[in-house]
Design a protein around this ligand. Structure first.
Ligand code: SF4
Length: 373
């Protein structure tokens, strides 16, 4: 029994598959994905973007393959990427086969959309031969005509039926290395479709609210849609879809997981909104610290609180903290306890130093643990 049962999330039991070196489903950590938006045939630009996304923490990166030039470029992209690459294919089964040969770890393709049973067989064979998994990606905006006629409009039942029809085509070829998404741009439809799908299959689920919008509105919409599902224990991997830099999608994906205690990566800053009581400029400080601590990957919590109203309480729960006081100085907390007084002017450098030192200690302890194993 957990000491804080109100924080526990019981994850749905899904079967585990692999996307290259990343496990998806079962007890594997919920992975964060994004997608490049450079022309895939521009190998240099695409690799640069993939590397930036991987540096931001992307576990898996998807690359669109609309034409043969793209799948030709994929080989170099897969080779250079530290994260497994998912090739996004829509209707052309040849592209899927080329992508599998080029080293894609996963194909995003709906077997029901590629034309004939013979083509499905060929794609599944290519996936088996090259160790690729498949993502079935149902989208509320592009449901099959017969389902729209049956149900009248995109609805959870239609989306689940579509997903299960595609899954059956893979299972007929004895292929079970697949995950499924049922995305819609409407959060209610998205959440209801995933809930119904979670009951209907043990396949791992890739979560997303599609076409969620720009950085702020899309982040809020995704946090509501994905957050609710994750809180219910549903979801094995996710992508936050934003009309923004893919690196932002990765950051927001992690923030959603961090808020629910499902994954920890990098520095989490707990800060107050500030008010007339603040002993230093909280907003400016947090914005500088976010920038200066972005390179830290270790899961460290930092509290930056304007005054003693909430400072000591928040500091107790974080690794490193600063609480504003009077006369241009405040209190530095380490491991939840007051450590030393410090002038405001020196605080940012000190917090960065303390965080970097703690990150180095954690890394050394991790390396020692691995060496002992
Ligand atoms: S912690 Fe202090 S400075 Fe920050 S918002 Fe609350 S009262 Fe204002």
């Amino acid at each position: 029994m957990s000491i804080r049962p109100w924080r526990d999330i019981a994850r749905r039991k899904s079967r585990k598959i692999r996307v290259g070196k990343v496990e998806v489903g079962g007890d594997a950590p919920i992975s964060v994905q994004t997608m490049t938006n450079t022309p895939t045939a521009d190998v240099r630009a695409t690799i640069d973007q993939v590397l930036r996304c991987a540096e931001a923490g992307a576990d898996i990166v998807r690359v669109s393959c609309p034409d043969e030039e793209s799948t030709a470029a994929l080989k170099a992209i897969c080779k250079a990427s530290p994260a497994p690459i998912v090739a996004d294919i829509h209707f052309h089964h040849r592209r899927a086969i080329e992508a599998a040969r080029a080293g894609a770890a996963c194909l995003r393709i709906n077997p029901g959309n590629i034309g004939s049973p013979a083509r499905v067989r060929e794609v599944v064979q290519a996936a088996k031969d090259h160790g690729c998994s498949i993502r079935i990606g149902v989208n509320g905006g592009s449901l099959e005509r017969h389902l729209l006629e049956k149900y009248g409009e995109p609805c959870p039942e239609a989306m689940v039926e579509s997903a299960l029809e595609h899954a059956r085509l893979l299972e007929e070829h004895d292929f079970r290395e697949y995950k499924i998404s049922v995305k819609a741009s409407d959060v209610f439809l998205t959440a209801a479709a995933y809930q119904a799908l979670a009951d209907a299959t043990d396949a791992p689920l890739h979560l997303g609210v599609t076409e969620a919008g720009g950085r702020v509105s899309g982040a809020v919409k995704s946090a509501i849609g994905l957050g609710n599902l994750l809180w219910m224990g549903i979801g094995d991997t996710l992508r936050v879809s934003l009309s923004a830099d893919p690196v932002e999608e990765v950051r927001i994906g992690y923030e959603i997981l961090k808020s629910l205690n499902l994954r920890h990566r990098g520095v989490t800053i707990i800060s107050c909104p500030s008010c007339a009581r603040q002993g230093f400029d909280v907003i400016r400080t947090v914005s500088i610290l976010e920038e200066r601590l972005a390179h830290v990957h270790a899961p460290i919590t930092v509290s930056i609180i304007g005054c003693v109203v909430n400072g000591p309480g928040e500091a107790r729960e974080t690794d490193i903290g600063f609480t504003g006081g009077g006369a241009g100085s405040g209190m530095v907390y380490v491991a939840g306890v007051p450590d030393h007084k410090l002038e405001n002017a020196r605080m940012i450098d000190r917090i960065v130093e303390l965080v970097e030192r703690k990150a180095a200690e954690m890394e050394a302890a991790r390396a020692a643990g691995e060496a002992a194993e």
